[in-house]
Design a protein around this ligand. Sequence first.
Ligand code: SAM
Length: 318
Amino acid sequence: MVTMIPILTTNAGQLFQADCLKVLAEVESSTVDLAFADPPFNLGKEYTSKINDALAEEHYLAWCESWLDEMVRVLKPGGTLMLWNLPKWNIPLGEFLRKRLTFRNWISVDIKYSLPISGRLYPSHYSLLYYVKGPKPAIFHPDRLPIACCRHCGGELKDYGGYKNKMNPAGVNISDVWTDIPPVRHAKYKKRDANALSLKLMDRIISMTTDPGSLVLDPFGGSGTTYVAAELAGRRWVGSELECSSIIERFDALGDDREHLDEIWSQKNKLFTDADLKRRAKSGKPLSLDYRIDDRVEIEQDSCNCKPSTKGPAQHAL
Ligand SMILES: C[S@@+](CC[C@H](N)C(=O)[O-])C[C@H]1O[C@@H](n2cnc3c(N)ncnc32)[C@H](O)[C@@H]1O
């Protein structure tokens, strides 16, 4: 559908080393199931692509609106648009989108991204705006999440009291506050661009809003997390990036990402992660028989008596 020559073609996708506006202009209208964007945040950062990341505020917003308009055009009816940015930018950009699409959620993704700023609250979440084209999404199957457990003893952080046997063995309903997305700092990914999003985040978005064979578009490739997550989950994808070498390198060695994604898949849609079950067994508090899960062990004591951690909220291992 895009007439330019891709710099990378895979089983499922095409990557163009070009300005996103040029590529978007060639994408056919109403063909995309998920349009996701993680643009530069205009914070004056240095990018390998040497873009100017310190534009005047109106200039930055006008530029964002130009590619958002294109993303709206290429979406299928019922298709999803997700925009990852700082709350500061997603407020005006959300208003822009509200006039064109149907608002679904402002998802707060709890990740600390700067040092505390004197006289301000500590910035601690990214905004993930979620809109659909038309009244309702064509595809919506959100993951269910494991119960949040203490990272020391594996005990539940919340007391489910007499409701344990009524809980869905596939996990709890996902809310619009995501606290289990880890920053990307695993040793394996050290050489990757500091802006890379986590594979767990992109997998969650892609599984929620697309089906196998759906088309995913991301105009800002970065290190290619969206494309890798789409490719490995059997979705088609199309993308652009001004400097594609890290994406090409990543696709040359997909094994690490495949292994990481397998680990993510093995731990979702279950009430307790394997790591939490192990922690519970080790700390002498295996699982209450009231929970409906398959690999249960004997009952002893359920909830967490550990002292609150000084290192912030529990994060899942993945
Ligand atoms: C925040 S990063 C995206 C990171 C990506 N989501 C990941 O997980 O690796 C934004 C990227 O947009 C690219 N970019 C900036 N302006 C662009 C443009 N006009 N066209 C295409 N890519 C652009 C930058 O080079 C940068 O790699």
